[in-house]
Design a protein around this ligand. Structure first.
Ligand code: HEC
Length: 137
């Protein structure tokens, strides 16, 4: 009987400490929470294309510094406007998809993005993907 009580107490203390560690030590999420996209909006449609028919997600991670085949697109909207002089973020993103060889991201010279990827999508779909990419800040 005493033995059981002892174990129960021990168990509770262990669980308590474990919970404390979890509560205090939870690391900040790696990916900032993306804003909820209104269903049916160009951004939401673009997200679905990014993950689905556009197959962008097979080469591009949205986690910081995770390289699949292409660079991570985490925060892409923040750098897009600085990539090519004279191109706004939106223009650069559009160019990256439609004429990917016009600007090659540093370090990706040997794995340049295939220009035929854009041919799988309509212009409307590409614009929706660009709208989605602009939410990645
Ligand atoms: C087969 C792999 C592959 C697929 C599929 C792919 N990409 Fe890429 N992408 C790359 C590579 C490699 C690069 C870097 C080379 C370059 O700049 O062209 C790149 C570069 C980019 C860049 C520029 C990133 C920067 O930091 O400036 C954007 C934006 C982009 N891709 C968007 C897309 C979108 C949107 C799709 C889906 C429609 C897509 N990619 C599909 C491989 C891919």
């Amino acid at each position: 009987m005493r033995q059981t009580k002892h174990y129960t107490l021990h168990f509770l203390i262990t669980v308590g400490i474990a919970l404390l560690i979890v509560a205090c030590g939870t690391p900040a999420p790696e990916v900032p929470p993306t804003p909820t996209l209104a269903p049916g909006s160009p951004e939401a449609l673009g997200k679905a294309i990014f993950q689905g028919s556009g197959s962008c997600a097979t080469c591009h991670s949205l986690k910081t510094n995770v390289r699949i085949v292409g660079p991570s697109l985490s925060g892409i909207n923040d750098v897009a406007g600085t990539r090519v002089e004279g191109l706004t973020a939106e223009e650069y993103l559009l160019q990256s998809i439609m004429r990917p060889n016009d600007y090659i991201v540093e370090g990706y010279e040997n794995v340049a993005m295939d220009p035929t990827i854009a041919l799988r999508l309509s212009l409307e779909e590409i614009n929706q993907v660009v709208a989605y990419l602009q939410t990645l800040e």
